[in-house]
Design a protein around this ligand. Structure first.
Ligand code: NAD
Length: 259
């Protein structure tokens, strides 16, 4: 087990990739704080972890609130004695064309995807620095952060921001032996893409389900990504195997984006 004795907090862990990462970390021996805006979804994942013989607690966490980020870290310390790993996974997206993007759209995506990442990383880093035994921070970026899209301006910009923040936080925390890296998934079959599919279908005059089918058809590895496809990279970045790696964002997207 590669994460034996470690304590991890995963934001947005009630669904999709956050859930898959929380379950995978628990299987690798980590104790997990399942932090989500939706407490019943979080508790469901805690129950799944317990059913598999692991240990986890749920916190009702809105990453946009600094106090909630601190409460998540405090819960890890109170229940499990510290914090070694943070996964900034909570994220939201909306498909909205450039000329129609509103102040609310921009704030919706940047508040969760970027500001939330900042508050959670600060709270976790302060705890990791005080512990003096290093740590790991893993940020969920996206292929959307690698390039622009006419219909996806704000989400693409927010995920480019995640890649940039990963670099800055990595440099700030390198003296403390805290590694900060990212994962950039492609088109992942989660509840997130159910909504994205509907929004693309509406804008492109397609049937619901058609955008997901069409966009997935060109993935070089020949199938849509599943939440479990990112867990190998997440375990690697959370484990000592990645101790000499920081500032990097790894594409885990079936070869969809080359850079
Ligand atoms: N699905 C994809 O195709 C895809 C691709 C690349 C990157 N991503 C990114 O990966 C991450 C996970 O995506 P997913 O598809 O698993 O999403 P999902 O919608 O399945 O799950 C997101 C979870 O985050 C929670 N959440 C939302 N706002 C929150 C907040 N303010 N505070 C705390 N929790 C909050 C939700 O309650 C939900 O449980 C996101 O950052 C997303 O942007 C997704």
């Amino acid at each position: 087990m590669r994460l034996e004795g470690k304590v991890a907090a995963v934001t947005g862990a009630g669904s999709g990739m956050g859930r898959a990462i929380a379950l995978a970390f628990a299987r690798e021996g980590a104790k997990v704080v399942v932090a989500d805006l939706n407490p019943s979804a979080g508790q469901g994942v805690v129950d799944e972890i317990a059913a598999g013989g692991g240990e986890a607690i749920a916190t009702e966490t809105d990453v946009r609130k600094q106090a909630d980020a601190q409460t998540m870290v405090d819960a890890a310390v109170e229940r499990f004695g510290g914090l070694d790993i943070l996964v900034n996974n909570a994220g939201v997206g909306k498909i909205i064309p450039f000329l129609e993007t509103t102040n609310e759209d921009w704030d919706f995506m940047f508040d969760v995807n970027c500001k939330g990442l900042l508050w959670c990383s600060q709270a976790a880093a302060r705890q990791m620095i005080a512990q003096g035994r290093g740590g790991k921070i893993i940020n969920l970026a996206s292929q959307a952060g690698r390039r622009g899209e006419a219909l996806v301006l704000a989400y693409c910009a927010s995920k480019a921001c995640v890649i940039s923040m990963t670099q800055s936080i990595a440099l700030a925390l390198a003296p403390h032996k805290i590694n900060v890296n990212g994962i950039a998934p492609g088109i992942v079959d989660t509840p997130f893409w159910v909504e994205v599919d509907k929004q693309f279908a509406n804008l492109l005059g397609m049937e619901v389900g058609e955008p997901k089918r069409t966009f997935s058809a060109s993935i070089p590895l020949g199938r849509i990504e599943q939440p479990e496809d990112v867990t190998g990279a997440a375990i690697f970045l959370a484990s000592s195997d990645s101790d000499y790696m920081t500032q990097q964002t790894i594409n885990v997207d079936g070869g969809n984006w080359p850079g």
